[in-house]
Structures are given as C-alpha cells and as structure tokens.
Design a protein. Structure first.
Ligand code: SAM
Ligand code: SF4
Length: 332
C-alpha cells in the first residue's frame, strides 16, 4: 500500500528473537539482562497471522532478523509458513552466520532464496574484540556452507568503523572479487549503542577500495529489496554495495516497516512510534481490526529520519518520539 507520502510499502523485517549469541559492541551490551521471556515474544502462529494480514496490505517481501534469528527453534517451520502465504514472494534472512552451517540445508529446503551474513572483520582477534565472542571460524563455516547453494543469493554486510576495521574493508571486498557474493558496507546509524561509534562513510570506504582495485562503475537497476547502491569493480565476480543512511538519506525510497520480536509494528527505525500488535493479537481482536491498525501504522510512516550528519551526533527528532530500543531488539 502507499503511505501518506506516496511511498509503496512492500517489505517487512520480522525480528523473531532479541537474544543473540554474539555481543557486537555497537549493538548489544555485554551484560544485557533485559531480554524478552518466551511468553513475551510472538509465537510462529502469531507472526504468521501478522504477515498474512500485512500481505493483504501489499507486503510481499519478508526478512527474518533478530537478535540472532537462528537461535529461534525450528526457524525453518516459520519460513515455510510465511512462504505459503498468498502474496508473499520472498522470505530472506539476516544472520551473523555462527549457526548457519548446520541449518542452511533445512532453510534452503524450506524456500530460503537469500541470506545476508554480517561480518565486520576477518581477523580472529579483532572479531573477538568486536563481538566479545570467539566465533569467527563458525561464521566463516556458515558463509562457506551458504556458498554451496548456487540458487541462494549470498551477501556479506560489514559495518564500516573508522579507525577500527579500516584495514579489513579491502579484505572483505576480496570476497566479491573472487566469488559471486555481494559485499555491502553499512554506515553506522546513531541508534542504541551505535551512537558513539565512529562512522566510516561511503566516500571514505569507496576511496579506499578505489586505491586497491581501481575505479568502479556505478550500477543502476534493482538488486535487492533495500536501499543499497551498487558498484562494479573491474574483474569482480560480485558487486560492492553501500547502505548509507547518513551520507545519502534514502527515506524517499523507503519501502519498509518492522515487526519487533514482542510484536510492535514500527514504521521507521528512528522513531518509537508504532502499534502494539501483540496486545491486539492476544485480546481477541478480529482480523479486520488488526488490518485497520496495520494500515494506519503504515500510512503514518514518518517522512524521514533525522539522523544529524556524518558526525553521528544523534537525533534531531522530537525527544518524545525518539527510539530508545537498541538495534538487537529492533532487528536492524
Ligand atoms: N544478528 C543478525 C545479524 O547480525 O545479521 C541480525 C540482527 S542485526 C541487528 C542486523 C544488522 O544490523 C547487522 O548487520 C548489524 O551489523 C547491523 N547493525 C546493528 N547496529 C547497527 C547500527 N547502529 N548501525 C548500522 N547497522 C547496525
Ligand atoms: Fe547480535 Fe547481530 Fe547485534 Fe551482533 S549485530 S549483537 S550478531 S544482533
């Protein structure tokens, strides 16, 4: 459906858990004690009901996220349920990859067509410093296992952290040189703990890659469901993408809404506004009433985020509406 600014909203990110097996420093505190209990998160039947109603409003693509989505028991069964909903064309996944190796056969069998693997460094010690866990090898095994399926679109997402993983940008880009994998560099968004991290802007990352690989060609066209822009470096099998919420605000083309693990439908990452669908789901509300609530939430999607600027100084939106959830509890 169209929101109040005429944007087509067709993409839903569904967080299935706020739990995670890593503790990335920009995302989740070391001793996060405030996690949702099993009873507080939506069941698979509840998620299916929400997605079915969203599909009636024009949502056709779903991304499963978290926390770490592969921690949720039998994610394949949810994937299967969602794929079977009329109007849902695509269900994809974003994961840190640590548990992917053993789960990828079942996920592909259930209909997974694309997976994004978050990987900010290939250096073991740095990975442990970034994530507070020693699991780089497992993440790489997950990536390798995903690459065994030619029908699966695999992307690597790296948050560019100035002064922290700069020397890794070129190394990660090598995956796109040698394999048909797209590597995307994400600008840090001033949300949750990420507010205090130094941002590696698209310009800085691109210039660094040009020094290593030569000038790239700008690609036009659609290569995914999101706001990434892509470039083709000479001789690369895959593309290099940039997701630059700070230096290239892409709100005019934003096509997404988010469902948190506890059933809150969020129309914009930066604002706390939205609708508590869990409350409706668990109080005997009819499909028609929930549909109206979804419609209203999508329609009211804010025009744009108000992230300040490349200095990442925070939010300029109304303090009452600023999102205080951290990224692991929103789903990215
Ligand atoms: N655990 C899964 C993973 O890491 O892919 C899914 C959830 S995680 C919140 C989704 C994505 O959000 C990851 O790629 C992560 O790097 C990114 N992320 C977390 N905090 C961020 C921030 N402040 N700005 C930009 N991206 C962020
Ligand atoms: Fe976990 Fe993903 Fe957040 Fe890292 S970015 S702590 S893997 S939810």
């Amino acid at each position: 459906m169209l929101d109040q600014y005429g944007r087509t909203i067709e993409y839903l990110r569904v967080s299935v858990t706020d739990k995670c097996n890593l503790r990335c420093r920009y995302c989740m505190p070391k001793d996060e004690g405030n996690l949702l209990s099993h009873g507080q998160i939506l069941s698979y039947d509840e998620i299916e009901r929400v997605v079915r109603l969203c599909a009636k409003m024009g949502i056709s693509k779903v991304k499963l996220t978290g926390g770490e989505p592969l921690l949720r028991k039998d994610l394949c069964s949810l994937l299967r349920k969602l794929k079977a909903i009329e109007g849902i064309d695509d269900v994809t996944l974003t994961t840190n990859g640590v548990l992917l190796e053993s789960q990828i056969p079942g996920l592909v069998d259930a209909g997974l067509t694309a997976v994004n693997i978050s990987l900010d460094t290939l250096d073991k010690a740095q990975y442990e410093a970034f994530t507070r866990r020693n699991q780089l090898e497992d993440a790489l095994k997950g990536l390798k296992a995903a690459l065994l399926y030619p029908q699966l679109k695999v992307k690597i997402n790296c948050v560019a952290l100035l002064g922290k993983n700069e020397e890794q940008w070129e190394k990660l880009a090598m995956f796109a040189k040698e394999t048909p994998v797209d590597v995307r560099f994400i600008e840090m968004m001033p949300i949750g703990i990420g507010k205090s991290d130094p941002n590696g802007s698209e310009k800085i990352v691109y210039e660094r890659l040009v020094q290593a690989f030569g000038e790239a060609e700008n690609l036009t066209g659609t290569f995914g469901n999101g706001p990434a822009v892509y470039k083709q470096f000479p001789g690369f099998k895959g593309k290099i993408g940039f997701i630059s919420a700070i230096s290239h605000q892409f709100c005019e083309e934003c096509n997404r809404v988010r469902l948190t693990a506890d059933g809150f439908l969020k129309p914009c990452l930066q604002y706390s506004i939205g609708t508590d669908l869990k409350e409706l789901l668990r109080s005997g509300t009819s499909d028609q009433e929930i549909l109206e609530a979804i419609k209203e939430t999508i329609y009211q999607k804010p025009r744009s985020h108000q992230f300040k600027n490349s200095e990442n100084e925070g939010c300029m939106c109304d303090a009452m509406q600023e999102e205080h959830r951290k990224m692991f509890s929103i789903g990215g």
